[in-house]
Design a protein around this ligand. Structure first.
Ligand SMILES: [Zn+2]
Length: 285
């Protein structure tokens, strides 16, 4: 894995795994195809990672995404077969030599529970509190609005207890679409999965890495028609994914996966119908 992009030292943080219905993850792709790349369990679910990314330039410590958190009951945990430590994000940070108090910026791609669940905890007094009181939290205005007034189709993924307590403390900043947040760190907004999802792009003279979030959740989704059934607008995802992958291929970007349980990042090249992987970083390295 590349360790730096420009001045930013980069550290992937594995916060745990969970399982989602394979059919819902692959949309119109038949099971005979997807079960070869993503092996289902006895409930037809496939494994997903919750891989956050930490950036440190010596001045700011920026965390992209926050995992699924730990505010759920055993029914929820069983439904998604969640496996993680008790304090998944803080444990992952301390394993890499950081404390939650060190974090200055939290960049959220969108507010679905498996991305934003880790920014609020229930304290010993039973109150919901921000996990990162020293950090500004960044979200697009459009996704904030989606989180407050969700579309009925993805309402179940927007759990207000994950983000309203942070907003109540005044810790949210709303980001204009496709704008720079910090030197070399900007957003790339797509709307097919949900409204106002901001991918995070880290640029330098030598390398660019994009945190692909739910535009390309798994390596399998590099195939253009493999689009999640969860997406609000699959046609728009196809258009956005095609544009994005063409840019990634011609500019030699690293694509960083939040949900792929095996593959951390890839570089791709256009290859006739789809794209071929020309460089890969996996969890086994
Ligand atoms: Zn999502």
């Amino acid at each position: 894995m590349l360790k730096k992009i420009g001045n930013w030292k980069i550290t992937p943080l594995e916060t745990g795994n969970f399982w989602l219905d394979g059919g819902a993850m692959m949309g119109s792709v038949p099971k005979v195809l997807w079960e070869k790349t993503n092996v289902p369990d006895d409930k037809n679910r496939i494994k997903l990672a919750l891989r956050c990314l930490l950036l440190d330039n010596g001045e700011s410590r920026v965390l992209i995404e926050s995992g699924i958190g730990n505010k759920f009951d055993s029914k929820f945990s069983k439904m998604f077969s969640i496996s993680q430590s008790k304090e998944p994000l803080c444990d992952a940070l301390s394993n890499s030599g950081y404390s939650h108090k060190d974090i200055t910026h939290i960049l959220l791609t969108h507010l679905h529970f498996d991305h934003a669940g880790g920014i609020v905890k229930i304290d010993s007094d039973g109150q919901a509190k921000p996990v990162f009181p020293n950090a500004k939290h960044y979200i697009s205005r459009e996704n904030w609005d989606a989180g407050i007034n969700p579309n009925p189709r993805d309402r179940a993924s927007y759990l207000k207890e994950n983000y309203v307590p942070v907003h109540d403390k005044g810790l949210f900043e709303f980001v204009l679409d496709n704008s720079e947040i910090l030197p070399g760190i900007s957003t790339y907004v797509v709307n097919g999965h949900t409204k106002g999802q901001q991918l995070i792009k880290i640029d330098s003279d030598d390398e660019t890495l994009v945190f692909c979030s739910d535009l390309i959740p798994l390596e399998s989704h590099l195939r253009l028609p493999w689009i999640m059934g969860y997406d609000l607008n699959a046609d728009l995802t196809l258009k956005e994914k095609t544009e994005f992958l063409n840019l990634a291929s011609s500019n030699n970007w690293w694509l960083f996966f939040y949900h792929d349980p095996e593959t951390i990042a890839v570089k791709i090249k256009e290859d006739g119908k789809y794209y071929k992987v020309i460089e890969k970083v996996s969890i086994h390295e």
